[in-house]
Design a protein around this ligand. Structure first.
Ligand code: GDP
Ligand code: MN
Length: 440
């Protein structure tokens, strides 16, 4: 829930994340398979157990479960589920903000209390690596102990894929669905995209009954399962709409052996911009799942994205930040971050930005590139000097390029400060300085 100033900023940040860094973007099939990107708005991710609670409150049937922080709680949860649903079998599911948990060993069936203890013990505290976490994985702090819904019965179980998301270009909501749900949906989307269907919904009129029936029919259902699927889709769309969400992805949606339709998984992305309409959703945020430096930056109203390079940058304006990263690359460096200090670069923001950049041990130099339009360069220069003095000894060389109003005065201030700060007015000079200090 990083606070960006505008949607355009987020657009830039996403482009940067995807193009410049090696960060693994969270690819969901809805994003891969559409002409639009669902993540072009600000999203707040929540855990499966939280998403399921929201769905349930709108009448969407879900695989029931109880969240647990430790083995004792998991055992208690399994006992409660047995009382309620009559089966010893439960599923232990790692709660992290990433999909593909099953593939990474984060979803395990337990057939008795001993297995609940063993599997919960293994999953809690593990560094779970999935196709969506990146190579470092994510620490599991909670598990969802869920009822086993794949029990045998009169008809076979069947997994479907259903998501609801926004097509910004069309101004329509989309229900995406497939008969090929389950853990290999990414592969289906990649090699047989024709098996993924889309139903467009006009947000003004909402989901029409015939559309819900059409989807249930296309999913090959009949009888009770058909009826339950129509109910499921209707409730799911209502939940998506009423929560102002940007994406719901339910994979798998399960038809049980007794023809009930329910959500086994729930990837719910709430739209940050609409959170003020849902004050209770703020409590769903899990800061453990966010990059700690990005969390700190958001507190100081800085737009910060960590990258993998060695040159920290501090810039005002997203466009200039992009250009600055190009310059760093041309000079032979790699940007360590994207950081936009915004329109009012004063001593406070400059200091906060320094502190964040310096927490990254890979940073070998810092390039400050400020265009003085509304903000005067000499004030920024004074801010840099004050921040430097306050922080004390900054162990890496700093190159400051100030252009625009009072640029000359600013350069004089820096040059006369006696600090180990190189000043430049032209971007070319700044690039040469970066090259020089990297060669040291
Ligand atoms: P994901 O891997 O992060 O998408 O997690 P899911 O919640 O989708 O679960 C992964 C897989 O675990 C599902 O596709 C199912 O095959 C399996 N699974 C989930 N719940 C149950 C269950 O109640 N019983 C059994 N036998 N398998 C389950
Ligand atoms: Mn899933």
């Amino acid at each position: 829930m990083v606070r960006y100033k505008s949607l355009e900023f987020l657009g830039y940040l996403i482009v940067i994340k995807k193009l410049i860094s090696n960060l693994q973007p969270l690819i969901t099939i809805s994003q891969q398979n559409c002409s639009f990107t669902a993540n072009s708005s600000k999203q707040m991710n929540i855990h499966e157990y939280q998403g399921k609670a929201i769905l349930k409150s709108f009448g969407v049937r879900v695989q029931e479960g109880i969240v647990a922080d430790n083995v004792d709680q998991a055992v208690e949860a399994a006992q409660k589920l047995k009382e309620d649903y009559g089966s010893d079998w439960v599923v232990i599911k790692a709660q992290i903000h990433a999909g593909g948990r099953g593939k990474g060993g984060g979803v395990k069936l337990a057939k008795n209390i001993d297995e609940v203890k063993e599997k919960t013990g293994n999953i809690l505290g593990m560094q779970l690596i999935t196709p969506q976490t990146g190579p470092e994985g994510k620490l599991v702090r909670k598990v969802l102990v869920a009822q086993d819904v794949y029990y045998p019965g009169d008809s076979p179980t069947k997994e479907f894929y259903i998501s609801v998301l926004l097509d910004r270009a069309k101004g329509r909501n989309i229900i995406m669905y497939s008969t090929e749900g389950g853990m290999d949906i990414e592969e289906v989307a990649h090699s047989t995209p024709e098996l993924i269907h889309k139903e467009e919904i006009d947000p003004k009129v909402g989901l029409q009954a015939f559309q819900a029936r059409k989807i249930a029919f296309n999913l090959g259902l009949s009888g009770d399962a058909f009826k339950d699927m129509v109910k499921f889709i209707t409730a799911l769309y209502k939940a998506y709409d009423a929560t102002d969400s940007s994406q719901f992805e339910i994979n798998p949606v399960l038809k049980t052996s007794d023809n009930k339709i329910l959500a086994v998984d729930a990837k719910v992305n709430l739209d940050d911009n609409a959170l003020f309409r849902h004050p209770d959703f703020a409590a769903l945020r899990d800061i453990n799942e966010e990059d700690p430096m990005e969390v700190e930056a958001s507190k100081s109203n800085l737009n910060y994205v960590k990258l993998d390079g060695n040159v920290g940058c501090m810039v005002n304006g997203a466009g200039l930040a992009m250009a600055t990263m190009d310059i760093i690359k041309i000079a032979g460096g790699e940007p360590a971050n994207f950081l936009d200090v915004g329109g009012t670069a004063n001593a406070e923001t400059v200091k906060a930005a320094f502190n964040i950049i310096l927490k990254d041990p890979h940073v070998k130099a810092i390039l400050i590139n400020i265009f003085g339009g509304i903000v005067r360069c000499d004030r920024v220069a004074q801010g840099v000097i004050d921040a430097y003095n306050e922080i004390g000894n900054i162990p890496v060389p700093i190159i400051v390029r100030l252009q625009g109003t009072n640029a000359i005065e600013a350069k004089q201030l820096i040059d006369n400060s006696g600090l180990k700060v190189y000043s430049a007015i032209l971007l070319k000079e700044a690039a040469e300085r970066v090259k020089e200090v990297l060669a040291l």
